[in-house]
Design a protein around this ligand. Structure first.
Ligand SMILES: [Zn+2]
Length: 546
């Protein structure tokens, strides 16, 4: 019996079982390059980023028995991603994969060939594609919106509420306390916001101290990060707790959150710090609703101290391994402390966040829905010299808005709607042509104007290989300087062929598969189109050696 116990213990340890009988998705200890709930420019991170030794092609396994409910292949977002539903009501997600396992890949290729598309979003019925616990499902990569090899891993409920995977007993070595990066005190006076950065003094390993003299009502804003052992990566902090003496006032604890909250929460950050310094200062005030899944709030988070009295406030930062940091703030009722004003830059058009707007100027029209902006704001709205000005570089935009841009030129060949940002960089702006207007839906403020792109996309073969075998590939660099690649199609011997596209590296590639019958001599045709319809056609003859 004892022996059996040891064997089981050995195997559960060896295979990386957790107490919930979840396998590790990778074959070695988990190191994180991102954690659950950390704030990104797109909002909260809804999973963990697991390091894959800086490489692509590492084995990825299913954490439990289940069935594949969805597979997506995309050049953005999660790239190649697998969703597996498990019987305990949970779903696991494996993103940015380089490749699927052979069995899964064959099934996906069938649908790619059927629809003649590389990108795909395929849902599967229950038990259509069964998966065993620990089964190899794919290989780690860097596909989609990923800027370095890693596995983006999520655990969700079946109805897509992301949960913190580290609550499922995955071991991540961590003896490092969370850190406070920046601490601000804010006060509102006569409708303006004033702020002061507080100097923090380290008392010992876990305690930091600061003091603030004020007789005004104050709230605090904090930027915090956390690291785990054996890595240099800077990640988010699991728990932030604002306390006065022993009373918990506001607590953030990232066990779960929703996709609605993912982006909405950006409204609780200090916008100026976010846009000018990329600092994620969470404002601990009464605007934070306890309806958020990760928030517990008993009081407003605003503090007032009478003249000559004091108040002891603590912000406690914790990780999942109970490493704690305490930031102790002594508030002293004294009026001598100087606050800096936050200069709000005012523009010509006032926008209330809770109203919708339909603005027309010289035939150009802009429509903002309610809550397009997180807070009341102003924007520079003008149409002069054939340019639509829609500017406020100091605010993030919550929801997309529509622009109807009048076309006052005769030649429409290569014409497109362009946008330039506050730094003067120009971009192609996706839009539809309708009744002499470009209609765009966008989240980007800036200057909008018309421009022409008459230059065709370019294509260049990688390497000089004219003959390939079944383990080799055909690769090409494709690029379009001005507006970018809209689509590409490739045919081998007049049959549509699956070419994978990696826009980060501007390449497309073909690997011999079971769906294309390669002959000794093969005709390849590639057609690439840019965003305005300039087309380049490329032809080649290549040889296949079985
Ligand atoms: Zn991620």
């Amino acid at each position: 019996m004892k022996k059996l116990f040891y064997i089981i213990t050995f195997f559960t340890f060896y295979l990386g079982f957790t107490q919930n009988h979840f396998y590790r998705p990778i074959e070695y200890d988990i190191l994180l390059s991102g954690n659950f709930g950390e704030i990104r420019s797109s909002g909260f991170h809804t999973g963990i980023d697991i390091k894959t030794k800086g490489k692509v092609g590492e084995i990825i396994r299913s954490i439990d028995d289940g069935y594949i409910s969805r597979i997506q292949v995309s050049t953005v977002g999660y790239g190649k991603v697998i969703y597996i539903n498990h019987s305990n009501g949970l779903k696991s997600v494996y993103g940015h994969l380089q490749d699927f396992s052979k069995e899964i890949d064959d099934q996906i290729k069938y649908f790619q060939y059927k629809a003649e598309t590389f990108t795909l979003n395929k849902f599967f019925k229950e038990n259509e594609v069964k998966i065993k616990a620990g089964q190899i499902i794919g290989y780690s990569g860097n596909t989609g919106t990923s800027f370095g090899p890693h596995l983006h891993f999520e655990i969700r409920t079946h109805n897509d509420i992301p949960l913190n995977p580290l609550n499922y007993n995955y071991k991540v070595a961590d003896s490092i306390r969370p850190e406070v990066r920046k601490l601000f005190a804010y006060k509102e006076k006569k409708g303006s916001l004033f702020k002061k950065r507080l100097k923090i003094k380290k008392i010992n390993d876990s305690i930091y101290q600061t003091q603030l003299k004020s007789v005004d009502t104050i709230f605090f804003g904090i930027e915090t990060i956390d690291k785990q052992s054996f890595t240099y990566n800077v990640n988010g902090t699991y728990k932030i707790l604002l306390k006065e003496k022993n009373n918990d006032l506001i607590e953030f604890k990232f066990d779960s959150l929703t996709f609605d909250e993912k982006r909405l929460f950006l409204k609780h950050l200090d916008f100026r710090e976010l846009i000018e310094n990329n600092s994620k200062i969470i404002l601990l005030n009464n605007e934070i609703d306890s309806d958020y899944k990760f928030v517990r709030r008993n009081q407003s988070g605003k503090f007032y101290v009478k003249n000559l009295e004091t108040k002891d406030i603590t912000i406690q930062l914790s990780d999942l391994d109970k490493n704690n940091t305490y930031v102790k703030i002594k508030m002293i009722g004294d009026s001598i402390e100087k606050f800096g004003g936050i200069k709000s830059v005012e523009f010509n058009k006032k926008i209330r966040a809770d109203l919708s707007y339909d603005l027309t100027y010289n035939n150009a029209n802009v429509k903002f829905k309610k809550n397009t902006f997180y807070r009341d704001t102003t924007i520079d709205f003008d149409f002069k010299n054939d340019t639509l000005y829609l500017m406020n570089p100091y605010i993030p935009v919550n929801k997309s808005f529509s622009i109807n841009f009048p076309i006052n030129v005769n030649s429409k060949k290569g014409l497109y709607l362009a946008r330039s940002d506050k730094n003067g960089n120009s971009f192609f702006s996706s839009s539809k042509l309708k009744d002499n207007f470009f209609i765009a839906n966008t989240k980007s403020l800036g200057k909008y104007f018309l421009d022409y792109d008459t230059i065709k996309p370019i294509i260049k073969k990688i390497g000089k290989n004219k003959t390939i075998d079944k383990n080799q590939k055909l690769g090409y660099l494709i690029n379009d300087e001005e507006t970018g690649i809209k689509k590409y199609k490739a045919y081998i011997n007049d049959k549509w062929a699956l070419f994978e596209y990696e826009p980060k590296k501007n390449y497309i590639q073909f690997r011999p598969d079971n769906f294309i019958n390669l002959k000794n001599e093969n005709n390849l045709l590639i057609e690439i189109e840019d965003m305005v319809g300039n087309v380049t056609i490329y032809r080649e003859i290549f040889f296949f050696k079985n």
